[in-house]
Ligand binder design. Structure first.
Ligand code: SAH
Length: 395
């Protein structure tokens, strides 16, 4: 029985523009009683075939398109081709010279909506975020093991995104050899421990690899404040490059423990780094009240907007953070400020930071516009894939 989703009239535009998400509001009718995760045909209101995708009845996004090619079936070979293409692209980035970990599959940007795979050496760590990808979990795991150098597949689907799909959280070995729980990630000469089973996300924030280099920033003798530090990579890099002092701030004790371990891994005297377990919003206010200032501040908050509906509130948060940070910055200082909310566009983020600067009475220049590392490729068709945006501001 062929199952299909028929769109309302005038709702095929986004499909034709190769945006892979079909929202429930665009659907006229569903034929053939598909099960969650089934492959369905997508048709225009006049019945014309448009695309083929995975059905997610519980989600606002009821279908994620997997192919626009009528000849292309969604089977084992489909996933083998997409994974091989994702792997070939990363190999072509020449990352092996600088790191032993990278994002191997970045969802929609790799034509695999709902699938994220980070590679740590021989371990592939997967997040199966939709019921469509969950359906193919065993096949995908087997195919990952076929890629050169991959010996184990570990699942980190313990994320709240799964609840939107009606899926339980899951964490455990999926295929291959038993893993060592702690992996030592190398990143441009810096070492960072990755807790594969228990760390945040898949264990590391690989998207910040290039920005953590602090390229083009003179840190020698400077005071550095690394806000939302997690494993402390920004601060550790600054210390390795000659900063006079580093303060690492995170609200999670586990994150600060990781940051301490990472300082040791890089032979840094932990006594020279200060660790503050605090809410960054409050911490910045207390610095302001105590008239404490810094030369370099990094603001890398978690996603403040999960979706379009949360954008306004998120922007108030970004403005607050940036206003406070700019006030604490010494003349000649640098602020590296980020948003990883896909729903907040780079233009909007820049506007919010501009508002914050005016309110702070400061006129920083943009030294550099920052974005996610190229193993998290952007898509010309999917603005949401452009989720990490940042500014390197100079006062
Ligand atoms: N800069 C890091 C990644 C940051 S992830 C890196 O380069 O790896 C965001 C971090 O913010 C997480 O570690 C989380 O524990 C922390 N966090 C979330 N909300 C916070 C808050 N209100 N105050 C302080 N830390 C917070």
């Amino acid at each position: 029985m062929i199952t299909s989703i028929q769109l309302k009239s005038k709702r095929k535009g986004s499909v034709l523009r190769r945006h892979p998400w079909i929202f429930s509001g665009a659907v006229e009718q569903i034929d053939g009683n598909p099960f969650p995760g089934d492959t369905v045909e997508i048709r225009a209101s006049d019945g014309t075939w448009l695309a083929r995708g995975a059905y997610s009845p519980e989600s606002q996004i009821v279908c994620r398109i997997l192919t626009w090619n009528p000849e292309e079936l969604i089977d084992r070979e489909f996933f083998r081709r997409r994974l091989a293409a994702a792997y070939a692209y990363r190999e072509g980035l020449g990352l092996s010279d600088v790191t032993n970990g990278y994002r191997l599959v970045f969802g929609e940007s790799d034509g695999l909506p709902g699938l994220v795979v980070d590679r740590y050496g021989s371990i592939a760590v997967g997040q199966f975020l939709t019921v469509g990808m969950d359906r193919w979990k065993v096949v995908i795991s087997e195919l990952l093991l076929e890629l050169p150098g991959i010996d184990s597949v570990y699942e980190r689907s313990d994320t709240s995104a799964r609840a939107r799909e009606g899926l339980p959280e899951a964490n455990g070995l999926l295929a291959g050899d038993k893993i060592e729980p702690m992996f030592l990630l190398q990143e441009y000469g810096m070492k960072l421990w990755v807790d594969i089973a228990g760390g945040q996300k898949t264990g590391a924030y690989l998207d910040q690899r290039e920005n953590r280099r602090l390229e083009g920033i003179d840190v020698v003798g400077k005071s550095v404040l690394d806000c939302f530090c997690y494993g402390g990579g920004f601060g550790i890099r600054a210390w390795m490059r000659g900063a006079a002092s580093v303060t690492q701030v995170d609200s999670s004790e586990d994150a600060l423990d990781l940051a301490r371990r990472n300082a040791q891994a890089n032979d840094l005297e932990s006594a020279q780094i200060t660790y503050e377990k605090a809410d960054v919003f409050q911490f910045l206010r207390s610095c302001r009240d105590a008239r404490r200032t810094y030369d370099i501040i990094v603001l890398d908050p978690p996603k403040l907007a999960e979706n379009q509906g949360q954008v306004e509130k998120a922007c108030r948060g970004y403005k607050d953070l940036n206003l406070l940070a700019l006030k604490l910055l010494n003349p000649g200082g640098r602020l590296l400020t980020f948003s990883c909310s896909g729903a907040v566009t780079p233009e909007l983020f820049r506007k919010v930071v501009g508002d914050a600067a005016r309110d702070a009475g400061k006129t920083p220049r943009i030294a550099k516009v920052l974005q996610q590392a190229p193993d998290h490729p952007l898509s010309l068709d999917i603005p949401e894939a452009d989720y990490l945006t940042g500014l390197d501001l100079s006062l």
